[in-house]
Design a protein around this ligand. Sequence first.
Ligand code: AP5
Length: 191
Amino acid sequence: MRIVILGAPGSGKGTQAALLVKELGLTHISSGELLRSAAKAGTELGLKAKSIIDRGELVSDEIMLGLIKERLSRPDIEGGFILDGYPRNIIQAGALDELLNDLNQPVDEALQIDVDVEMAVMRIAKRAAKEGRSDDTEEVARNRMKIYSQQTAPVVDYYANKGVLTRVLGDGTAEEVFQRIRGVLQMRPGS
Ligand code: AP5
């Protein structure tokens, strides 16, 4: 199964993707993690990306597509994957479709996790206190939210128009949200 998981910063995409990986044995591909690893490794691309991430803005479509293309060329995607954080705008959504069509691996399911913005900001603030992620300050988190509503929210309609979108309520515990997602996937044909 090939899943795209969508939602605002702090909606729980990474958390739910990790639970789905455990349950379904999929490969988790997080665009944010790909960028943070490149930054940690100190590559030119990673360092360039870090300053953009730290402002809460989007890394260029070209850089992102290069990273995703490379990741999707590895054999561990054969058993299915979950894409978390990509695509993040309509251009990326079109590029992903093209790439996955070439690989004969189209998206089966797009899951949108809906959350209240203030709850998401609160979750990010909690994580900031624990983990100190550099883009988790309140100012940057609010900019990430703004960019999300301007650029990423339209991607939800993109997948709705393709007939593969399901919206899931993201409040409650991580386990409660996961049970909702399980319910959705069990209702899909062929599951
Ligand atoms: P990315 O790493 O993708 O961050 P994000 O989308 O802002 O998402 P978060 O990781 O903050 O939230 P999440 O929805 O995954 O929630 P999580 O499960 O972590 O991207 C970072 C940056 O990289 C971007 O801003 C951009 O600069 C760049 N980038 C990435 N992809 C890009 C792309 N395609 N194009 C261009 N640039 C790109 O949960 C958040 C917290 O809440 C955690 O502490 C978690 O434990 C907690 N939590 C989760 N679920 C619950 C729950 N149900 N109840 C209580 N707490 C919960």
